[in-house]
Design a protein around this ligand. Structure first.
Ligand code: AMP
Ligand code: MG
Length: 539
């Protein structure tokens, strides 16, 4: 542990080892022959700390007391640099909604530098919303409080759910107002501005590789890829060579496919919908990155998307995420093709994505039902029947699975239909009719018989089954309306709900009976309310 910000050790490998844009003037432009541009955060009027995550401070070897240091808000609001910081923004491109969009880049993200902690781990600190960069295009480089609260809370909630993600160290208000047309209807409003400090081993995206490839800059593509293999995937290449070849690139691409498959399975398991799975929002490390118009499934619906910009095509709907990830991986495969010059092994890696996703999805399907293992002969049908049932009556996914754990196989044979359904009744948004009740009760009987068989075969007990289910079916997720309530309060200067949510979401699988009121369905008022059921990209 160190005791103050001044003691942070920076080891800025990216800026040191990769080509910089020679232009130091901060104006919007195309940047070629470089990986990044040096740019300093724009100072703000009155930076104030809203919330901090002590677990993330600990990754940097910092104690939680650092949040009460008056210098903290100055640094993480963008007003002051610490010795060793070397702020910069990276160039990247991307496919947005299926179309190549050209140069994008860190338009409102500024990397401050890479902290090296006592274990030798590197953590890049990145301010989001700290002012324009050469990549800001027509936008202002800023972020508003509402989207920053959402990013801060969801990053940490995902981590505690066991989902790979970029982290959030802090949320700082800027003391300035930012103009946003939230509904894109010609009615811009002034909203409070804020800055999140994100933390990750690297923020490199698929789009970082795509831009060099699209520009046919194979030298830079290779240089950047080699750097990534050396620094961010060193565990894959322990015999630290400086020269990588085709086999290494394939090994690496395969690893990205595997990690991305695992990430998709996690999202599907917890009911997370990213909302903007463009290739520039896909982390090379398989982390959840760029929390924009994301949402959490409340009523189980494969077709649901929280993003109003995607309401027509629904490309990024819940049930489509695993397919989109594969499409995105194929774009990455195309981008690095010049380093490999062979199609088949890239396709084989994409096939490994499919296999790994299927493996994880089956493992999770079994675990969500408390089964020790997925037996395709029986459990394929059992799972399909359940997932076909859930949308027949609007069913809260989180509450359904959590309460289903209470099902006791000894009771089910003695229960009438309605009594079976009582176990999960709380999860329905409307009253099920008799037909629905019979349908579900029959499924529960088949499920109970399957569990019984599992107990006999594996020696599993009811208590073990409940524990297994509760370890993968969270009780507390960042429901869209809960985030909005925290935002509404924060907009009035009361940050208590941000703090409270952060606390509850630290232990999403624990019962926390004192917070039972956070384990309830979305209230009716939130069904169509902006921020609760639908979100625009405006942030
Ligand atoms: P997103 O879809 O939010 O991940 O953003 C796509 C691109 O737009 C990225 O290059 C962002 O850096 C950029 N961008 C988004 N919002 C802003 C903003 N307010 N100012 C500057 N650039 C932005
Ligand atoms: Mg983005």
């Amino acid at each position: 542990m160190i005791s103050s910000l001044q003691e942070l050790v920076f080891d800025n490998r990216l800026v040191r080892e990769l080509p910089a844009d020679p232009e130091l003037e901060n104006y919007r432009r195309q940047v070629t022959n470089a990986v990044y541009s040096r740019v300093t955060p724009t100072p703000v009027k009155n930076p104030q700390l809203i919330a901090g995550a002590s677990e993330v401070a600990a990754l940097l070897d910092l104690p939680a007391t650092v949040f009460s240091d008056p210098q903290f808000a100055q640094v993480f609001g963008g007003n002051e640099l610490l010795a060793g910081m070397d702020p910069h923004a990276c160039v990247y491109g991307g496919h947005q909604f299926g179309n190549w969009a050209g140069q994008l880049g860190d338009g409102r993200a500024i990397n401050l530098g890479e902290v090296r902690n006592h274990q030798g781990d590197h953590w890049t600190l990145q301010l989001k919303g700290a002012g324009p960069t050469p990549y800001s295009r027509t936008a202002d480089g800023l972020a508003v409080l509402r989207s920053s609260v959402r990013e801060f809370l969801c990053s940490e909630a995902m981590h505690h759910l066991g989902v790979p993600t970029t982290r959030a160290l802090s949320l700082v208000s800027s003391g300035e107002m930012v103009r946003r047309d939230m509904f894109y209807d010609g009615n811009p409003q002034l909203e409070p501005g804020a800055i999140v400090c994100r933390v990750a081993p690297t923020f490199t995206r698929f789009g970082n590789f795509e831009i060099f490839s699209a520009r046919n800059d194979i030298v830079l593509l290779k240089q950047f890829t080699d750097f990534t293999l050396r620094t961010d995937f060193s565990e894959l290449f322990p015999a630290a060579t400086s020269e990588f070849g085709k086999a290494d690139y394939l090994h690496w691409f395969n690893e990205i496919c595997i990690r991305t498959a695992q990430l998709m399975a996690h999202w599907m398991r917890v009911g997370f919908v990213h909302g903007v799975m463009n290739t520039d929002n896909m982390s090379i490390l398989g982390l959840t990155i760029d929390y924009g118009p994301y949402g959490w499934l409340e009523g189980y619906d494969q077709d649901w998307t929280p993003n109003t910009t995607d309401a027509q095509g629904r490309r990024y709907r819940y049930g489509n995420q695993p397919r989109v990830a594969l499409w995105n991986l194929a774009q990455l495969g195309n981008a690095i093709y010049p380093l490999i010059n062979e199609v088949e092994p890239l396709q084989a890696a994409l096939e490994n994505y499919r296999v790994e996703y299927e493996r994880c999805a089956q493992r999770d399907a079994a675990a969500k039902l408390g089964l020790k293992e997925f037996d395709p002969a029986q459990d394929q049908t059992l799972t399909e029947q359940l997932l076909a049932f859930l949308p027949l009556i609007e069913t809260d996914m989180t509450i359904f699975y959590r309460n289903l754990a209470q099902l006791n196989v000894d009771d089910i044979p003695h229960y009438a239909d309605a009594r079976c359904v009582d176990i999960v009744r709380e999860s329905f948004y409307s009253t099920p009719d008799e037909h629905i009740e019979t349908h579900l009760a029959n499924w529960m009987r088949a499920y109970a018989a399957r569990l019984q068989q599992d107990y006999v075969l594996t020696g599993n007990t009811h208590a073990q089954k409940v524990a297994r289910m509760n370890a993968v079916n969270p009780k507390y997720v960042l429901r869209n309306y809960l985030a909005q309530q925290a935002i509404d309060k924060a907009t009035l200067g009361d940050y208590s709900e941000v703090e409270k949510l952060l606390n509850i979401l630290r232990k999403p699988y624990d019962e926390q009976p004192e917070h039972q009121d956070y384990f309830v369905k979305r209230p009716e008022w939130a069904r169509h309310k902006a921020g609760c059921s639908m979100l625009s990209c405006s942030s």
